[in-house]
Design a protein around this ligand. Structure first.
Ligand SMILES: *Cc1c(COP(=O)(O)O)cnc(C)c1O
Length: 411
C-alpha cells in the first residue's frame, strides 16, 4: 500500500519525477521518504546554486525558506568555521558562549519578558511549545487546537497537531490531545474549546498548506479567545519568523502579543537550530528535568544563529524583504499565466491560471530557476531576503518565459 503522501511526492519535489537520479545516487541506501532527487548541488553563493555539472540556478526557494541571507553567507561561514575550530559541543550540563546572547536578541526582537529553549528543528520547537502548554495548564488540560491546512512538523505530536488528515492516515492512530478547526473561522475555534484545552497553535501564514495569510482580525480574535478562556496562544513562526514576511515575526503584521513563539528555518541560515520562546511566567512552568535535547543550543549552532541575527539586524533584513517582496510581487502580478499572488514579504504563492504547478516547477528547474509547487495550482517563492533588484528582474523574466511556453502548450 502506498501512503497518501507517496501518491504526490512531486508537490514538494517538483523535479523528482521528471529526470532520473544523479549519477552515483541511484543505489544509495537512503530511505525513500523524499522521492528520488534529480539534481546534486555542490555549491551555493547568495541566490545562486551550482550543480555537479557546473550549471547555475537562481534559487527562489532557499532550501524551503531557510537560507534567508543567501547560500554560504560570509559572516555565517566565518562564524561557523571559527567556532568549529574552537568548540563544537559540551551538552547542556554546561554554559557556552553564544546561547545567552542569541536568547537575549530573540527576546528583544519579540518584545522582551520571555525565555528561550533551543532545539534543532521546527518540529522540536513545536514539541517544546506543546509540552510547555501541558505543564503550564496541568493534568486534564492537555488538548492543543490547531487549524486544518496547518503544518507543524513530522514528529508524532507535531504531525498530530498538523491539520492534514491525509498525512495522519498512514500512521494512525495519532497521539491523543489534538483537535482541528477550520482555518479563519473563529466561531468554529470557539466551539472546539472546552475545559480540556490548554493552547491554540497557529501559523501567521500557513506555509506548507499553500501560503495563506491569517487576517489580522482573525489573529486578534484568537488572542481574545485565549484571554477569555485562559489558553496559551502559540505562534508557529518556523517558516514566517526572522524577517521572511517583511517584519521580524509574522504576527507583527497584526496587533497581537502571543504567549509562545516557535522559530527555526532561518535562525542558523542553514545550520540546524530552532527556538521556542515563551513569556517568562509561562516558561516558569518548566523545571529542571522537564525538557531537554542533547544538541540543543550547542556552540556551533548558536554561533551560526548569532552571526545570522547580527547580519539581519545590522542590515535591516526585514526591511529588505519588504522592499524586494513588493518588487517581486508587483512583477509577478503582471505576468500572463498568473491569476493572483498571495503572501507577505518574500513568502509568496503564485496562483497559476489553468496551469499545472508541478509541471511548471519542473520546467523552471530546467530553465535554471528553483521554486516549488506548494499546491497543484500554485508555486511558492521564498528567495533570499538579500535578493537584489537585478535578481528579481531576472527571476521574473525567466518565470515569464516558462509560463508563456506552458500557456502555448495548453492553448
Ligand atoms: C517547516 C515547518 C515546520 C517543521 O520544521 P522541521 O524543521 O522540518 O521540523 C513546522 N512548522 C512550520 C510552520 C514549518 O514551516
Amino acid at each position: 500500500m502506498q501512503s497518501a503522501n507517496a501518491a504526490n511526492p512531486h508537490l514538494h519535489q517538483p523535479h523528482a519525477a521528471a529526470m532520473g537520479a544523479p549519477a552515483g545516487m541511484e543505489h544509495c541506501p537512503i530511505m525513500p521518504t523524499y522521492g528520488p532527487p534529480s539534481i546534486m548541488f555542490v555549491e551555493g553563493s547568495g541566490c545562486w546554486l551550482t550543480d555537479r555539472e557546473g550549471k547555475r540556478y537562481l534559487d527562489l526557494l532557499s532550501g524551503l525558506a531557510v537560507t534567508s541571507l543567501g547560500h554560504s553567507h560570509p559572516a555565517v561561514a566565518e562564524a561557523v568555521s571559527r567556532q568549529a575550530q574552537r568548540l563544537v559541543h559540551t551538552s547542556n550540563l554546561y554554559a557556552t558562549e553564544h546561547a545567552g546572547p542569541v536568547a537575549q536578541t530573540l527576546d528583544r526582537l519579540l518584545g522582551g519578558g520571555g525565555q528561550v529553549f533551543f532545539a534543532n528543528s521546527g518540529a522540536e520547537a513545536n514539541e517544546c511549545a506543546m509540552k510547555l502548554a501541558r505543564k503550564w495548564a496541568g493534568h486534564g488540560r492537555h488538548v492543543v487546537v490547531s487549524t486544518y491546512g496547518s503544518f507543524h512538523g513530522r514528529t508524532m505530536a507535531t504531525l498530530a497537531a498538523t491539520g492534514q488528515p491525509a498525512k495522519h492516515e498512514p500512521f494512525a492512530p495519532m497521539p491523543d490531545g489534538y483537535r482541528h478547526v477550520a482555518w479563519a473561522d473563529l466561531a468554529h475555534l470557539e466551539s472546539a474549546i472546552d475545559e480540556t484545552v490548554s493552547a491554540v497553535i497557529i501559523e501567521p501564514i500557513q506555509g506548507e498548506g499553500g501560503v495563506h495569510p491569517a487576517d489580522p482580525e482573525y489573529l486578534a480574535g484568537i488572542r481574545r479567545l485565549c484571554d477569555e478562556r485562559n489558553l496559551l496562544m502559540i505562534l508557529d513562526e518556523v517558516q514566517t519568523g526572522l524577517g521572511r514576511t517583511g517584519e521580524w515575526f509574522g504576527f507583527q503584521h497584526a496587533d497581537v502579543a502571543p504567549d509562545v513563539v516557535t522559530m527555526a528555518k532561518a535562525l542558523g541560515n542553514g545550520v540546524p537550530i530552532s527556538a521556542c520562546w515563551a513569556k517568562a511566567e509561562v516558561a516558569a512552568a518548566f523545571q529542571p528535568g522537564d525538557h531537554a535535547t542533547t544538541f540543543g543550543g550547542n556552540p556551533l549552532c548558536t554561533a551560526a544563529a548569532r552571526a545570522t541575527l547580527e547580519v539581519m539586524e545590522d542590515e535591516d533584513v526585514p526591511g529588505k524583504a519588504r522592499h524586494a517582496g513588493a518588487l517581486l510581487r508587483g512583477a509577478l502580478e503582471e505576468l500572463r499565466g498568473v491569476s493572483s499572488v498571495r503572501g507577505a514579504g518574500l513568502l509568496l504563492a503564485v496562483e497559476l491560471d489553468g496551469l499545472d504547478a508541478p509541471k511548471v516547477a519542473g520546467d523552471l528547474l530546467s530553465a535554471g530557476v528553483i521554486v516549488n509547487a506548494v499546491t497543484p495550482t500554485a508555486l511558492r517563492l521564498a528567495p533570499s531576503l538579500l535578493i537584489s533588484d537585478d535578481e528579481v528582474a531576472e527571476a521574473t523574466r525567466r518565470i515569464g518565459v516558462t509560463l508563456a511556453a506552458n500557456r502555448a502548450e495548453v492553448d
